[in-house]
Design a protein around this ligand. Structure first.
Ligand code: GLU
Length: 479
């Protein structure tokens, strides 16, 4: 058996979709588990839609997720270059071989002719496919077309009456009839080979042992197998991973909210949470537990436990999982991620020195409640807005109680007199006030909480008071 080697081969035509990230992750986990290699190749044969910017976005997102590759773009290796458009000269002899052996031919049909054929087949209720008009052109007919200035494409001659079997590692045996395929284009009229051709040459020359990719490529697989066979190449093993569906059970897309890795990063999801979540989308570790580090995932991963059924993207589960990771990481890290959100909200200013130690304390009060870091702006307003007013009727009613003005006066005086306002002080000052005034429990804490924050709920007062500090406390307590 060949050494284990897998690849992720994105087309750089946009952002890294959550589904693409999962494909990359499954390949990575499989390679690491099996002691094999993981390769990154860029399939940019669609010139109109591919861009270098998109390639960069995909690479950054993979790196952010911690999915690293051993060979390919940026990592080097002996089978490069690793971008399809830089491999045109490598494809050429294989195309010539197919042409010379009569396994491929030039096709001069115009798009209008092809469309007319399509419509004709559709009208007859047949599957639209190329019916082989240029299969047996004479040299003379070819010359006439050339003189007319027609630029030919190259089509693969699909053998008739073949059953093409895909022994899929996830889906089992899947069969396709060659008669339904029709001779397909392998090189476009601009001379650029299409994906279905390039992928075969690349996977073969790069010694890929397993092609693990999205289910949507299953229908491409019989075409690719025909090319493998025509060139006498050994086929790799295929594993097609099911779709990811949104909560309404249609294919996950932008309509379902964030579909790109980048959007999750920007919202303040942690990469290890995304990796953990993606691993469980369509693969099961076979145990109840849900939180797994990358190393634990590698240890447990197998293609046998990848499900044939589509996976449903459950955002509530992701939020829960991300919350677990946020809770268990350092506050400093969350602070770093929170700062841009606080700047965006206008709570902090980019051009003013940031007191990270203070921000850290603020973040700590809500860290355990966050599903994603971006939520923070809505949870820490009490620390930034000194213009405090009761935020609801419960808070208003609390401030109307008879004892409140005196209580606030006493508390204000204590704050003014304090040399140091830390958590111990905050705890002891309430005991003192209780002793001196006899006010206790809710009647003691609530008015002060509302006076300081405007609300009847929120982080512990003992935490809030030292974070606000003397100046803000006095400002908020009024005269
Ligand atoms: N370039 C293809 C895509 O982005 C990948 C095809 C493959 O993995 O064979 O969908």
């Amino acid at each position: 058996m060949k050494n284990i080697k897998v690849r992720f081969a994105p087309s750089p035509t946009g952002h890294l979709h959550i589904g693409g990230a999962r494909t990359a992750l499954f390949n990575y986990l499989f390679a690491k588990k099996m002691g094999g290699k993981f390769l990154l190749r860029i399939e940019d044969t669609d010139l109109a839609r591919s861009s270098f910017e998109s390639e960069q976005v995909i690479i950054n997102d993979l790196k952010w997720l911690g999915i690293e590759w051993d060979e390919g773009i940026g990592a080097g290796g002996e089978h490069g270059p690793y971008r399809s458009t830089e491999r045109i000269h490598i494809y050429k002899p294989y195309i010539d071989k197919l042409l010379n052996e009569g396994k491929a031919y030039y096709c001069y049909c115009t798009s209008e002719e092809l469309e007319a054929e399509r419509q004709e087949l559709l009208a007859k209720g047949e599957m639209p496919r190329y019916m082989g008009k240029c299969r047996c052109l004479t040299e003379e007919q070819r010359k006439t077309f050339e003189i007319e200035g027609r630029k030919p494409s190259i089509r693969f001659k699909v053998p008739e009456d073949n059953i093409i079997q895909v022994d899929d590692q996830v889906r089992g045996l899947v069969e396709f009839e060659s008669n339904g395929i029709g001779d397909f284009i392998i090189v476009k009229s601009d001379g650029i080979p299409v994906y279905n051709f390039a992928v075969v040459i690349d996977d073969c020359l790069m010694e890929i042992s397993h092609v693990i990719r999205a289910e949507e490529h299953l229908s491409n697989t019989p075409r690719q197998i025909l090319i493998y066979k025509a060139l006498g190449f050994e086929t790799p093993k295929f594993a097609h991973v099911s779709l990811i569906l949104g909560s309404d059970r249609t294919k996950m897309s932008k309509r379902h909210g964030s579909a790109w890795v980048e959007q999750y990063r920007d919202a303040g999801y942690l990469p290890e949470a995304i990796v953990n979540f993606l691993a469980l989308l369509g693969w099961s570790p076979g145990e109840e537990r849900e939180i797994f580090s990358l190393q634990e995932l590698i240890k447990r991963f197998s293609l046998e436990r990848v499900s044939k059924n589509p996976a449903v993207f459950d955002i509530d589960k992701l939020n829960w999982m991300n919350g677990q990771y946020i809770k268990n990481t350092s506050t400093e890290r969350i602070t770093g991620l929170a700062i841009p959100h606080l700047i965006e909200k206008g709570y902090l200013r980019e051009d003013v020195h940031l007191d990270e130690e203070w921000i850290n304390k603020v973040v700590k009060t809500v860290q355990d409640e966050l599903s994603f870091v971006g939520e923070i702006a809505g949870k820490v307003d009490i620390f930034f807005d000194d213009n405090v007013r009761p935020k609801d009727s419960e808070a208003e009613d609390m401030m109307k109680l008879d004892h409140v003005p005196d209580l606030l006066k006493v508390f204000r005086q204590k704050v003014e007199d304090a040399a140091l306002i830390d958590e111990d002080y905050a705890r002891s000052v309430f005991k003192e006030i209780q002793k001196e005034t006899g006010i206790k429990g809710k009647n003691l804490f609530m008015p002060i909480r509302v006076a300081l924050t405007g609300q009847t709920h929120g982080p512990e007062l003992f935490e809030i008071i030292p974070i606000l500090g003397k100046e803000k406390l006095i400002k908020r307590l009024g005269v």
